[in-house]
Design a protein around this ligand. Structure first.
Ligand code: PRX
Length: 672
């Protein structure tokens, strides 16, 4: 292990396994070899704006061609300046013009087992009608529309209708509290709320409208609210199998509607015309705001705009998922997160893909639901999060084995680093050792995938997101901005603007400059640590704020956690630093078990295991067993909170993104 100099981070992880793309996969892939990838990457890096401009001309419909590929007034970018296009047009009308009207755009299944299918022509019609509904309520270009809905096709319809008329959507994941909605509505000065009466989660109908009512009482700018009747619209009639699906409950559809403010979706749609030409939007017209939590302080409204985002979502979808016409693509993320924006809706639909959308929980009515869905819909590409994979492992292979997953040809992950042993399980048990895995690194801010294997071209290494996509130029630097050497951990930055990048934080240019552009001047600071190995592969090492400093060595969270997860008894692990007089910080880990008893013998075994896997320095000083780890609603481990617990402090900072508040109390109360 090397000593630290200049704020670099030591890497203690050695992962040697290499998985070349299967031959048959590569033969049919869009990008077929490492050489082909490298050629494309080099060509893009030689002149990124030209590279993107050439793609933009081909991949988007232009009402008016753009004049300049990029106007860069650091840190503000204008991509495809002077051009006019429309994202809803690119996702719908362009596909209809190409003769894809009868192709299925959305396959949908509700948690209770009800299902629907929308072709591109049907989706187009619904979007046009809903766009007219929006207009009839006085929504015009530039207005902000707040959306709080479960995973139903109407959520995608609402987004595309906003895009069609130039309204800016702000989607709030339908698990957030009334306070969180109100805070976001006030920040965005939203004019309209779109909601649903209920949504299904683990067999329960969540009272979404009730939460929205509470939020609207504190959202002074919101004048009207459209309410989707999830039960009725989703076809939970007896004919469609209500009462006979996996969950046979009927949603509680009795909601209070405030006269003059609240309108039923289906009533407004009845009268709406299906004629609604897409508005001609400036390339840089805002498309959406999506709030992400800062670790403290108020959430940041990440702003994305029209043409650059659209191009980036589309191209990255095609490259990374190697999309073919006959694919059934399933991204399990909720549309309330950026992954759902880019890879349930905008990326796949602009590429004319067929997507599966599922409303509910992976373990309802039992833990085989996802595998049952893959078998039923013959899913070919499956994209999910490491937190879900760790849960699948914990639930056991028997749930998977009951189902035929032979339709799958490609797997993906996003949201956190994937521990190599979880990667191996995914490869073996879900992928049948035949599907490449794309570990995709990106952020709400980046709009789309930045680093990932191209599945027909780049051999994979478990735990590495491998290489940057064409047009993306990363660098790893010290806090003073100096590039670090190979295999040295440091701050991950991007040296060039790219079309999918955020255009700012809604209403707060200063915060945008300060968070992303001030610490390493002239470069985009991602906020993650990473290292690049001898083969030019990138390994994400966790958030900058989560680094541990043990006896002057800066260690990454993921490496210690991956060592723990490679022990057969461990399901999940989180590593944090705890103040220690001697070492600066001691290594404290929180562990959930897959099997075995939480006792001292196992604790000693785990310490030895980490020592053996990655070295004495990283050996945990404290190991706490717990039933669950605190996570954000999108499934990321909240190490910040664990740091407080390890240090014996009261939890400070924002906890509104915590998924299950009881977890913290349980961990504090857990037997040592
Ligand atoms: O720390 C990285 C982690 O998730 C962060 C971005 O989170 P968010 O904006 O919620 O977007 C998640 C979906 C794109 C990153 O800064 N992260 C995401 N993907 C990976 C990852 N860490 C390691 N490997 C990944 N594949």
């Amino acid at each position: 292990m090397a000593a630290v100099a200049g704020g670099q981070i030591d890497s203690v992880m050695q992962e040697k396994r290499l998985f070349p793309p299967p031959k048959e996969f590569a033969a049919k892939a869009r990008i077929k070899s490492l050489e082909e990838y490298q050629e494309l990457w080099d060509q893009a890096a030689a002149d990124p704006p030209k590279f993107w401009a050439d793609l933009a001309r081909d991949e988007l419909h232009w009402f008016q061609p753009f004049e300049r590929p990029l106007v860069w007034k650091e840190p503000f970018a204008e991509w495809f300046a002077g051009g006019k296009t429309n994202v809803s047009y690119n996702c719908l009308d362009r596909n209809l013009a190409a003769g894809l009207g009868d192709r299925t755009a959305i396959l949908w299944e509700g948690e209770p087992g009800d299902s629907r299918k929308l072709t591109y022509a049907e989706l187009h019609r619904e979007v046009c009608k809903f766009a007219n509904v929006l207009k009839s309520l006085g929504i015009t270009s530039g207005d902000r529309v707040s959306i709080y809905m479960p995973m139903v096709p109407e959520l995608a319809i609402a987004m595309l209708a906003c895009a069609r008329i130039g309204a800016i959507h702000s989607i709030i994941f339908a698990g957030f509290s009334a306070e969180a909605i109100a805070e976001r509505n006030r920040d965005a000065e939203a004019k309209l709320q779109i909601a649903a009466d209920t949504g299904w989660r683990r067999g329960k109908a969540l009272p979404l409208k009730e939460t929205v009512d509470e939020a609207l009482a504190k959202s002074p700018t919101v004048q009207k609210c459209i309410v989707l009747r999830r039960g009725a619209v989703a076809g939970l009639s007896e004919a469609d199998g209500a009462g006979s699906g996996p969950g046979s409950q009927t949603p509680a559809t009795v909601v209070s509607m405030q006269a003059g403010r609240d309108f039923w979706w289906h009533e407004l749609m009845e009268k709406a015309s299906a004629e609604c030409p897409a508005a001609s939007m400036d390339s840089e017209a805002p498309l959406f705001i999506l709030y992400t939590s800062g670790s403290t302080g108020k959430p940041k409204g990440i702003k994305h705009t029209t043409a650059g985002y659209n191009l980036y979502a589309k191209k990255t979808f095609q490259w990374v998922f190697d999309h073919r016409d006959d694919d059934i693509f399933w991204c399990t993320a909720d549309i309330g997160w950026v992954t759902g924006h880019s890879y349930v809706v905008y990326g796949p639909l602009s590429a004319g893909a067929t997507v599966l959308m599922y409303e509910g929980a992976p373990n309802h009515p039992d833990e085989s639901r996802f595998w049952q869905l893959i078998e039923k819909y013959k899913v070919t590409i499956f994209y999910t999060a490491p937190t879900a994979i760790r849960a699948f492992i914990k639930w056991g292979d028997q749930h998977v084995k009951k189902h035929d997953l032979s339709s799958l040809r490609l797997l993906g992950t996003v949201g956190e680093g994937i521990n190599p042993e979880a990667w191996m399980w995914y490869h073996r048990v879900i992928g049948g050792e035949r599907c490449p895995i794309v570990d995709t690194w990106w952020q709400t801010e980046t709009g789309g995938i930045m680093m990932s294997p191209l599945p027909g071209a780049i051999p994979t290494k478990p735990g590495s997101c491998t290489k940057p996509l064409p047009g993306i130029i990363p660098e790893i630097v010290t806090p003073s901005g100096q590039p670090v050497g190979k295999n040295q951990g440091g701050w991950l930055v991007m040296t060039h603007p790219w079309p999918g990048m955020l255009r700012g934080i809604w209403g707060d240019d200063d915060r945008y400059k300060e968070v992303y552009w001030s610490k390493v001047p002239g470069k985009y600071l991602a906020g993650d640590n990473a290292r690049c190995d001898d083969d030019g592969y990138y390994w994400i090492m966790g958030r900058i704020d989560d680094v541990l400093n043990v006896s002057g060595h800066r260690l990454s969270t993921i490496e210690i956690e991956s060592a723990l997860v490679s022990h057969p008894s461990v399901a999940e692990a989180a590593a944090v630093g705890r103040p220690d007089e001697l070492k600066g910080e001691a290594v404290a880990v929180f562990v959930t078990l897959r099997s075995g008893e939480p006792n001292d013998a196992l604790r000693e075994q785990l310490k030895k295991h980490v020592r053996h896997e990655i070295g004495a320095l990283a050996q945990p000083d404290d190991i706490r067993f717990t039933g669950a780890l605190p996570k954000t609603r999108s499934g990321k481990i909240m190490r910040r909170l664990l740091r407080d617990i390890a240090a014996g402090k009261e939890t400070v900072g924002d906890t509104t993104t915590l998924e299950d508040y009881s977890v913290l109390a349980k961990i504090r109360g857990d037997e040592e």
